[in-house]
Design a protein around this ligand. Structure first.
Ligand SMILES: [Zn+2]
Length: 283
Protein backbone atom coordinates (compact mmCIF):
# COMPACT_ATOMS: atom_id res chain seq x y z
CA UNK A 1 0.00 0.00 0.00
CA UNK A 2 1.32 3.47 -0.76
CA UNK A 3 2.44 5.23 2.39
CA UNK A 4 2.63 8.91 3.27
CA UNK A 5 5.61 9.83 1.00
CA UNK A 6 4.03 8.20 -2.06
CA UNK A 7 0.69 9.87 -1.33
CA UNK A 8 2.22 13.29 -0.69
CA UNK A 9 4.34 13.22 -3.87
CA UNK A 10 1.31 12.08 -5.85
CA UNK A 11 -0.77 14.90 -4.39
CA UNK A 12 1.91 17.34 -5.54
CA UNK A 13 1.84 15.83 -9.06
CA UNK A 14 -1.95 16.07 -9.24
CA UNK A 15 -1.93 19.62 -7.96
CA UNK A 16 0.66 20.60 -10.57
CA UNK A 17 -1.43 19.05 -13.37
CA UNK A 18 -4.97 19.94 -12.28
CA UNK A 19 -4.85 23.05 -10.10
CA UNK A 20 -7.04 25.86 -11.46
CA UNK A 21 -9.09 23.54 -13.67
CA UNK A 22 -12.86 23.91 -13.45
CA UNK A 23 -14.83 20.79 -12.48
CA UNK A 24 -17.69 19.92 -14.79
CA UNK A 25 -18.84 16.63 -13.25
CA UNK A 26 -18.02 13.91 -10.74
CA UNK A 27 -19.16 10.48 -11.90
CA UNK A 28 -19.06 7.39 -9.68
CA UNK A 29 -18.46 4.38 -11.98
CA UNK A 30 -19.10 1.78 -9.30
CA UNK A 31 -21.85 1.83 -6.71
CA UNK A 32 -19.26 1.18 -3.97
CA UNK A 33 -17.09 4.16 -4.87
CA UNK A 34 -18.88 7.03 -3.17
CA UNK A 35 -19.00 6.64 0.62
CA UNK A 36 -21.05 9.75 1.51
CA UNK A 37 -24.53 11.13 0.70
CA UNK A 38 -24.02 14.71 1.75
CA UNK A 39 -22.78 17.26 0.87
CA UNK A 40 -23.46 16.78 -2.85
CA UNK A 41 -20.51 16.52 -5.18
CA UNK A 42 -22.13 18.96 -7.59
CA UNK A 43 -21.39 21.82 -5.17
CA UNK A 44 -17.94 21.68 -6.77
CA UNK A 45 -19.23 21.99 -10.34
CA UNK A 46 -18.19 25.24 -11.99
CA UNK A 47 -15.48 25.82 -9.38
CA UNK A 48 -11.77 25.21 -9.74
CA UNK A 49 -9.51 22.72 -8.00
CA UNK A 50 -7.62 24.86 -5.50
CA UNK A 51 -5.27 22.36 -3.92
CA UNK A 52 -4.44 18.67 -3.60
CA UNK A 53 -3.13 17.66 -0.21
CA UNK A 54 -3.24 14.62 1.99
CA UNK A 55 -4.19 13.51 5.48
CA UNK A 56 -2.41 10.29 6.43
CA UNK A 57 -2.79 7.95 3.46
CA UNK A 58 -5.83 9.87 2.11
CA UNK A 59 -5.60 12.24 -0.85
CA UNK A 60 -7.64 15.44 -0.39
CA UNK A 61 -8.86 17.40 -3.45
CA UNK A 62 -10.00 20.84 -2.35
CA UNK A 63 -12.62 22.96 -4.06
CA UNK A 64 -14.21 26.14 -2.67
CA UNK A 65 -17.22 24.40 -1.11
CA UNK A 66 -16.32 20.72 -0.87
CA UNK A 67 -13.36 18.41 -0.50
CA UNK A 68 -13.07 15.07 -2.22
CA UNK A 69 -11.21 12.59 -0.04
CA UNK A 70 -9.75 9.55 -1.82
CA UNK A 71 -8.29 6.41 -0.28
CA UNK A 72 -6.36 4.22 -2.71
CA UNK A 73 -6.08 1.19 -0.40
CA UNK A 74 -3.78 -1.47 -1.91
CA UNK A 75 -4.35 -1.28 -5.64
CA UNK A 76 -6.05 2.04 -6.22
CA UNK A 77 -4.68 4.70 -8.55
CA UNK A 78 -5.81 8.25 -9.26
CA UNK A 79 -4.47 9.32 -12.64
CA UNK A 80 -5.07 11.66 -15.57
CA UNK A 81 -7.55 10.08 -17.97
CA UNK A 82 -7.18 11.17 -21.58
CA UNK A 83 -9.49 8.59 -23.13
CA UNK A 84 -12.52 8.87 -20.84
CA UNK A 85 -13.77 5.51 -22.07
CA UNK A 86 -17.27 4.48 -21.03
CA UNK A 87 -16.14 1.47 -19.02
CA UNK A 88 -12.52 1.92 -17.92
CA UNK A 89 -10.84 -1.16 -16.49
CA UNK A 90 -11.19 -1.14 -12.70
CA UNK A 91 -12.90 2.25 -12.87
CA UNK A 92 -14.39 3.55 -9.63
CA UNK A 93 -14.94 7.27 -10.19
CA UNK A 94 -14.10 10.06 -12.62
CA UNK A 95 -13.72 13.81 -12.26
CA UNK A 96 -14.40 15.61 -15.56
CA UNK A 97 -12.91 19.07 -16.01
CA UNK A 98 -13.79 21.88 -18.41
CA UNK A 99 -10.98 20.90 -20.75
CA UNK A 100 -8.03 18.53 -20.86
CA UNK A 101 -7.87 15.08 -19.30
CA UNK A 102 -10.26 13.90 -16.61
CA UNK A 103 -9.08 12.36 -13.36
CA UNK A 104 -9.84 8.66 -13.00
CA UNK A 105 -9.84 6.54 -9.85
CA UNK A 106 -9.22 2.87 -10.62
CA UNK A 107 -8.56 -0.14 -8.44
CA UNK A 108 -6.83 -3.30 -9.57
CA UNK A 109 -8.24 -6.66 -8.54
CA UNK A 110 -11.72 -7.75 -7.60
CA UNK A 111 -11.72 -6.51 -4.01
CA UNK A 112 -13.13 -2.98 -4.27
CA UNK A 113 -12.03 -1.12 -1.17
CA UNK A 114 -10.80 2.21 -2.49
CA UNK A 115 -13.32 5.02 -2.22
CA UNK A 116 -14.30 8.66 -2.28
CA UNK A 117 -15.80 10.77 0.49
CA UNK A 118 -17.28 14.20 -0.21
CA UNK A 119 -16.83 16.53 2.75
CA UNK A 120 -17.68 20.13 3.44
CA UNK A 121 -14.70 22.36 2.64
CA UNK A 122 -14.66 23.49 6.28
CA UNK A 123 -14.69 19.94 7.69
CA UNK A 124 -12.25 19.36 10.53
CA UNK A 125 -9.40 17.08 9.45
CA UNK A 126 -7.56 17.21 12.78
CA UNK A 127 -7.14 14.18 15.05
CA UNK A 128 -10.08 15.52 17.11
CA UNK A 129 -12.54 15.44 14.21
CA UNK A 130 -15.93 13.73 14.28
CA UNK A 131 -16.07 13.54 10.46
CA UNK A 132 -15.53 10.22 8.69
CA UNK A 133 -13.25 8.85 7.34
CA UNK A 134 -10.94 10.73 9.69
CA UNK A 135 -12.49 9.83 13.05
CA UNK A 136 -9.77 8.48 15.33
CA UNK A 137 -6.96 9.07 12.84
CA UNK A 138 -3.72 10.02 14.61
CA UNK A 139 -1.55 13.02 13.72
CA UNK A 140 0.31 12.83 10.40
CA UNK A 141 3.70 11.21 10.89
CA UNK A 142 5.58 13.89 8.97
CA UNK A 143 4.30 16.70 11.16
CA UNK A 144 4.20 14.98 14.57
CA UNK A 145 6.21 16.78 17.25
CA UNK A 146 8.62 15.07 19.63
CA UNK A 147 6.27 15.84 22.53
CA UNK A 148 3.30 14.29 20.68
CA UNK A 149 5.35 11.25 19.75
CA UNK A 150 6.54 10.75 23.34
CA UNK A 151 2.91 10.88 24.53
CA UNK A 152 1.80 8.39 21.86
CA UNK A 153 4.58 5.97 22.83
CA UNK A 154 3.80 6.25 26.53
CA UNK A 155 0.12 5.51 25.92
CA UNK A 156 0.69 2.30 23.95
CA UNK A 157 2.03 -0.79 25.66
CA UNK A 158 2.55 -2.70 22.44
CA UNK A 159 5.25 -3.61 19.96
CA UNK A 160 6.83 -0.59 18.30
CA UNK A 161 6.43 -1.99 14.76
CA UNK A 162 2.69 -2.48 15.28
CA UNK A 163 2.30 0.97 16.80
CA UNK A 164 4.02 2.66 13.87
CA UNK A 165 1.59 0.95 11.49
CA UNK A 166 -1.47 1.85 13.59
CA UNK A 167 -3.20 4.73 11.81
CA UNK A 168 -5.06 5.65 15.01
CA UNK A 169 -1.74 6.37 16.72
CA UNK A 170 0.22 7.94 13.86
CA UNK A 171 -1.18 8.44 10.36
CA UNK A 172 0.63 7.67 7.11
CA UNK A 173 3.14 4.94 7.92
CA UNK A 174 2.87 1.33 6.77
CA UNK A 175 4.82 -1.91 6.66
CA UNK A 176 7.81 -0.60 4.74
CA UNK A 177 8.38 2.58 6.71
CA UNK A 178 7.83 0.78 10.02
CA UNK A 179 10.74 -1.51 9.10
CA UNK A 180 12.92 1.32 7.88
CA UNK A 181 12.20 3.62 10.83
CA UNK A 182 12.96 0.96 13.47
CA UNK A 183 16.25 0.21 11.71
CA UNK A 184 17.17 3.87 11.37
CA UNK A 185 16.40 4.46 15.06
CA UNK A 186 18.34 1.34 16.09
CA UNK A 187 15.29 0.06 17.94
CA UNK A 188 13.90 -3.46 18.00
CA UNK A 189 10.62 -3.75 16.09
CA UNK A 190 9.40 -5.80 19.04
CA UNK A 191 10.36 -3.21 21.67
CA UNK A 192 7.49 -2.20 23.93
CA UNK A 193 6.64 1.36 22.85
CA UNK A 194 5.59 2.39 26.36
CA UNK A 195 8.97 1.37 27.78
CA UNK A 196 11.15 3.37 25.40
CA UNK A 197 13.39 5.99 27.01
CA UNK A 198 13.42 9.70 26.17
CA UNK A 199 16.61 9.05 24.18
CA UNK A 200 14.90 6.24 22.25
CA UNK A 201 11.95 8.53 21.51
CA UNK A 202 14.27 11.25 20.23
CA UNK A 203 16.03 8.77 17.89
CA UNK A 204 12.68 7.46 16.73
CA UNK A 205 11.48 11.00 16.04
CA UNK A 206 14.57 11.73 13.95
CA UNK A 207 14.21 8.40 12.13
CA UNK A 208 10.55 9.04 11.24
CA UNK A 209 11.38 12.41 9.72
CA UNK A 210 14.53 11.18 7.94
CA UNK A 211 12.86 8.10 6.44
CA UNK A 212 9.79 10.04 5.32
CA UNK A 213 11.97 12.80 3.80
CA UNK A 214 14.17 10.33 1.90
CA UNK A 215 11.19 8.47 0.48
CA UNK A 216 9.56 11.75 -0.46
CA UNK A 217 12.69 12.85 -2.34
CA UNK A 218 12.66 9.58 -4.25
CA UNK A 219 8.95 9.84 -5.08
CA UNK A 220 9.30 13.44 -6.21
CA UNK A 221 11.96 12.32 -8.71
CA UNK A 222 9.44 10.07 -10.45
CA UNK A 223 6.71 10.77 -13.02
CA UNK A 224 4.29 8.39 -11.30
CA UNK A 225 3.84 6.54 -8.04
CA UNK A 226 6.45 3.84 -7.46
CA UNK A 227 5.63 0.20 -6.89
CA UNK A 228 6.58 -1.14 -3.48
CA UNK A 229 9.55 -3.10 -4.88
CA UNK A 230 11.12 0.07 -6.32
CA UNK A 231 11.10 2.08 -3.11
CA UNK A 232 14.48 2.68 -1.50
CA UNK A 233 15.40 1.26 1.87
CA UNK A 234 17.93 -0.46 4.08
CA UNK A 235 15.99 -3.46 5.40
CA UNK A 236 12.48 -3.72 3.95
CA UNK A 237 12.20 -6.85 1.74
CA UNK A 238 15.99 -7.26 1.97
CA UNK A 239 16.19 -10.47 3.97
CA UNK A 240 19.58 -12.11 3.41
CA UNK A 241 21.20 -8.93 2.12
CA UNK A 242 23.80 -7.07 4.16
CA UNK A 243 22.91 -4.21 6.49
CA UNK A 244 24.28 -1.01 4.91
CA UNK A 245 25.18 0.27 8.39
CA UNK A 246 27.03 -2.67 9.97
CA UNK A 247 27.26 -5.47 7.38
CA UNK A 248 25.25 -8.02 9.37
CA UNK A 249 22.66 -10.05 7.48
CA UNK A 250 19.13 -8.62 7.36
CA UNK A 251 16.67 -10.95 9.06
CA UNK A 252 12.93 -11.46 8.77
CA UNK A 253 9.97 -12.48 10.90
CA UNK A 254 7.12 -13.51 8.61
CA UNK A 255 3.46 -12.78 9.28
CA UNK A 256 0.44 -13.55 7.17
CA UNK A 257 0.12 -10.03 5.78
CA UNK A 258 3.55 -8.51 6.25
CA UNK A 259 7.19 -9.16 7.09
CA UNK A 260 9.22 -7.57 9.84
CA UNK A 261 12.76 -7.00 8.56
CA UNK A 262 15.55 -5.94 10.89
CA UNK A 263 19.26 -6.04 11.61
CA UNK A 264 20.10 -7.85 14.85
CA UNK A 265 23.43 -6.06 15.31
CA UNK A 266 21.94 -2.60 14.84
CA UNK A 267 18.60 -3.11 16.56
CA UNK A 268 18.41 -5.96 19.07
CA UNK A 269 21.90 -6.26 20.56
CA UNK A 270 22.39 -9.36 18.42
CA UNK A 271 19.25 -11.12 19.58
CA UNK A 272 17.42 -13.02 16.85
CA UNK A 273 13.70 -12.34 17.02
CA UNK A 274 11.33 -15.25 16.71
CA UNK A 275 7.62 -14.98 16.87
CA UNK A 276 6.59 -17.58 19.38
CA UNK A 277 3.74 -15.53 20.80
CA UNK A 278 0.04 -16.14 20.36
CA UNK A 279 -2.12 -15.29 17.38
CA UNK A 280 -3.00 -11.86 18.73
CA UNK A 281 0.09 -10.57 16.97
CA UNK A 282 -0.80 -12.27 13.69
CA UNK A 283 -2.39 -9.29 12.10
ZN1 LIG B 1 23.07 -3.33 10.96
Amino acid sequence: MPELPEIQAHAERLERDFRGRELRAFKPLSFTALKTFSPAADLAYGTVLDRVGHRGKYLVLEFAQVRFVVHLMQGGRLKPDEKQSAKPRGGLARWVFDDGPALLLTEAGTEKKAGVWVLDAAADLSPATTVEPFVGLGPDAESVTLEQLAAILAAHSMRLHGLLRDQRALAGLGRRLANEICHRAKLSPFANAAKLTADDAARLFDAIHACVAESLDYERSRADMSSSKERPGAVHHREGELCPVCGDTIRAVEYVRYTVNYCATCQTGGKVLADNTTSKFLK
